[in-house]
Design a protein around this ligand. Structure first.
Ligand code: EAX
Length: 324
């Protein structure tokens, strides 16, 4: 006992002597959905890569299903250094890093190819550089998916059908401003409260990508699903500077490379859920409206444009639209 304490002391004094056999540093990673969901799949790939390429000097402890709280709380914990990693939607992120908000504009992206190209290209990568000054390291864009509306009241085909529906939204002003033009009454709420709110009828509906609707089992509490695809929901793998600042340059590269691989895996899982998940939700009892009047939703959004143009700059929005 005494001897091992002495050895440990010597090891610490020598600095590197014990690194090969030292216990791995455990990184706490949190996300909103289950381990087998898109967030879980991406997070596992990240952690496996980091573990392997640091020769087990790091490993992860996963906190799925919002076990560490809502996304806003988890981002705050990243800043404080009480949590190491979060794989989060951009929902509350614009409240920390305002430059992110532009990618939350409804109907900004045409499809997955467009969205992924923007996130991986100069526009998306430039946004990632805005995080460190806010006490957050953004390792990569991951993905949540295009969001669709569910509710307990009626089929939504046109914006008129949303009129007066109380729908939970993320704590995201860009979304709320847009959704109001459709007719919705937006009710911001953290994700962990959502299932209960739907069950109790505190809200009539919500909107989320297919992977989330599946994983959170919203079919149990929502009858109608409309494939509105009204906004792309990017996600981010965020790391605490408390961890990042102590990494060697080589380890920094391991972390960023791992995050890129996580992104590929997470997007592949989103694709898979989009392909197979809608039929599953039908089996689970949801009535799926595939033919939504997208043009009418786009037209309804027009009154929100002046506000978006003022906040983000028309040219900056156009730069995103122009990515082919
Ligand atoms: O990130 O809050 C939300 O609706 C998010 O899409 C969900 O938690 C996954």
């Amino acid at each position: 006992m005494q001897l091992s304490k002495m050895a440990l002391g010597m090891g610490l004094a020598l600095g590197v002597a014990f690194t090969a056999t030292a216990a791995p540093q455990v990184l706490k990673i949190g996300y909103a959905t289950a381990p087998d969901s898109h967030y879980g799949v991406g997070s596992k790939v990240f952690c496996d890569e980091v573990e392997k390429n640091t020769q087990n000097r790091f490993k992860c402890q996963h906190f799925p299903n919002s076990a560490l709280g809502g996304e806003r709380e988890q981002i705050e914990a990243i800043q404080l250094g009480t949590q190491d990693l979060v794989n989060t939607s951009t929902g509350p992120v614009g409240n920390f890093v305002p430059e992110v908000k532009i990618v939350d504009i409804p109907f900004l992206f045409r499809d997955y190819d467009h969205a992924r190209k923007v996130m991986d290209g100069p526009i998306g990568q430039d946004i990632l550089t805005k995080f460190p000054s806010k006490g957050i390291i953004a390792l990569a864009w991951t993905e949540n998916g295009f969001r669709h509306m569910t509710n307990s009241k009626r089929d939504i085909v046109t914006p008129a059908d949303t009129k007066g529906l109380k729908m939970r939204t993320m704590e995201n002003k860009v979304h709320m401003d847009g959704y109001r033009t459709f007719g919705i009454l937006p009710t911001p709420m953290a994700f962990p409260e959502l299932f209960g709110a739907l069950q109790q009828g505190t809200v009539d509906g919500q909107e989320n990508p297919i992977p989330v609707i599946l994983s959170a089992k919203f079919a149990q509490v929502q009858k109608h699903l409309s494939l509105t695809g009204h906004v792309y929901s990017p996600a981010l793998l965020l790391l605490s500077p408390k961890v990042w600042n102590k990494l060697s340059d080589a380890d920094k590269k391991v972390f960023t490379d791992a995050a890129k691989k996580a992104s590929v895996a997470q997007r592949a899982k989103v694709n898979e859920d989009e392909d197979k998940g809608i039929a599953q939700l039908e089996k689970d009892g949801m009535k799926v409206i595939r033919k939504v009047d997208g043009d009418a939703f786009r037209a309804a959004l027009k009154p929100a444009f002046p506000g978006y143009a003022k906040e983000f700059g028309e040219a900056n929005i156009q730069r995103i639209v122009d990515v082919k």
